[in-house]
Design a protein around this ligand. Sequence first.
Ligand code: MN
Length: 486
Amino acid sequence: MSEYIITTEKGKWEVICGLEIHCQIISNSKMYSGASTVFGADPNEHVSFVDAGMPGMLPTLNKQCVHQAVKTGLGLNAKINKYSAFSRKNYFYADLPQGYQITQFQYPLVGEGKVVVDLSDGTTKEIGIERIHIEQDAGKSIHDLDPKRSFIDLNRAGVGLMEIVTKPDFRSPEEAGEFLKKLRSIVRYLGTCDGNMDEGSMRCDVNVSVRPYGSNELRTRCEMKNVNSVKFVMQAIENEAKRHIEVYESGGQIAQETRQFDPVTGQTKVMRKKEYAHDYRYFPEPDLLPLVLTDEYIDSVKKEMCELPDAKKARYVEQLGLTPYDAKVICENKEIADFFETAAQGRDAKKVANWLMGDFFAMLKEKHLELKDSPISAEHLGKLVDLICKEVISGKIAKDVFVIMADTGKDPEQIVEEKGLKQVTDTGAIEAIIDGVIASNPDNLAAYKGGKTNLLGWFVGQVIKQSQGKANPAIVNKLLKEKLDK
Ligand code: MN
């Protein structure tokens, strides 16, 4: 594996990074109340007395949120803790009306797990999961609508979150970026979080420290809060590491602090001095009983698990003959994988993958379309490949048919029929064209016979052109060679 080392005039440095990712749980109602989680409602439309922190209100744990978090834990190869418990994390903020967050502290729902990431040099790396705990989201403070006032929207207050904490296993921005992509892909496959970082349903806190290359020490780390894209996470790691190195090399010390990543400059700036766990006065949540799960329950969630991207990728490579790269791209997104499987059903899967990765993706990009809006259905793409494999049309004509499919959404068989594009395999008809081409080009024939045998390609081209692309190239090649060598 290629190492990521930052080299300066004074020395070599290694980056240490860990991530904490808050994932909004897909569920119709909130974590501890029955209020709706629907997105896009008017401010404060979906706020129950519990979410508003009214005195005397009692939270009730949402079964569906627990179910989703257990499923996510299984998807990250993690241990599900049969005993977990809730704690109060006390802090004041205007968008947290209770004055505390109900979270899990000592006893998280999910324990250690692991995720394998694929790196650009073809190697893989295992990233450790430390824990996943479940907790409630806060509301939103809105500071940019009015010059003098701030607004509070509590629609998000109480929405269920899974906080996924990794071990400090990342040694490069790339590893962290690939991990986030893999995690996003897994939660989307599972249907437990929509993974949209730009909408805030997956938010990443990035912890970074550096150490002299080759040493084992752990130096002070800084945390960047709520970085909202894979690219920004990678930038934040790189730039924060460089900042630490500059400080150390000029004789300074790094203070443990919480920083903010500015997407415009790519730099980080200090938000506040780092708070410690004891600052929050965690104590057991008196309004919720500990959560106790049975083996039967955990087994029942296991039975619901679908094939995840890693397993799917391995199957595509081993059983369908796809390249690891193609398999990775297709498996990253479940909709694409489903589309591919429908198109490849009972056919040459590798050919289907080539069309999908090539002309098909290029077409979507050119037309600015999402897969679900594709004018070409999976069935039609499969049929097009059939037409090529059965030699009804040549690969070249297929490209033209594909363009018509993209413009009209029509069935390729119908297009071939209507436009009369069927390949000519009738040797008599092809021979007639060949004879004509040879007769009208005596100079090239003489040159060929004189030893310029690479003129064969030119003759093939002429014959195919005269057949308007419909002559079967293999037959043309064979017949031409026979006639020229006679
Ligand atoms: Mn949290």
